[in-house]
Design a protein around this ligand. Structure first.
Ligand code: FAD
Length: 141
């Protein structure tokens, strides 16, 4: 039983690149061990993460992540049972927003900024699908 979960959250304090890298490194290592794949997107203040894998593994991981004091306002955007993974190649891929075409963000929102709190979960899912299709996801693991 595979599921895909997407959430958004706000960074508790400014996240320096080394702190972000530490989260991605830790996630890559832990997720690979439990068969969870996904992507982490960070905009400067907002995290947007997709987690895919076994239902109990994703559920336990999400519960742990929500307790992490490096972020707050964790909002569940979508949860689906899936037949196949979209991010099978990434234990924890990362979206480099600096390299992202602003037109892609504008396509789905009022301004060319990542704000999953301002759009529906459906829109965030569509944006992620395009990130994958346009190979905007980098594997840092
Ligand atoms: P421990 O390492 O024992 O830490 C216990 C608690 O201390 C953590 O829950 C956390 O609240 C806090 N903590 C740990 N390190 C720091 C730090 N450097 N600064 C401040 N507080 C800290 N983990 C994954 O395994 N997979 C993921 O996909 C994943 N995604 C994440 C996405 C975001 C946006 C954030 C903020 C964290 C993510 N994490 C992820 C990290 C996760 O929240 C846990 O810290 C990690 O899984 C280790 O869990 P643990 O119970 O072993 O915690």
């Amino acid at each position: 039983m595979l599921v895909r979960l997407m959430y958004a959250s706000r960074a508790t304090e400014p996240v320096r690149p080394d702190a972000l890298n530490a989260i991605v490194r830790e996630s890559t290592r832990n997720n690979a061990a439990i068969g969870v794949t996904g992507v982490l997107c960070f905009s400067g203040t907002i995290f947007l993460q997709v987690l895919e894998g076994g239902r109990s593994q994703v559920s336990a991981l999400y519960n742990r992540i929500t307790q992490d004091q490096r972020h707050h306002d964790v909002v569940l955007l979508s949860y689906d049972e899936i037949e196949e993974r979209s991010f099978a190649g990434w234990a924890m891929g990362q979206v480099n927003l600096a390299r992202l075409n602003p037109g892609l963000l504008l396509k789905y929102s009022e301004a060319a900024v990542l704000d999953p709190f301002a759009v529906s979960g459906k829109v965030s899912k569509a944006l992620f699908a395009e990130l994958v299709a346009t190979a905007s996801v980098a594997c840092t693991g």
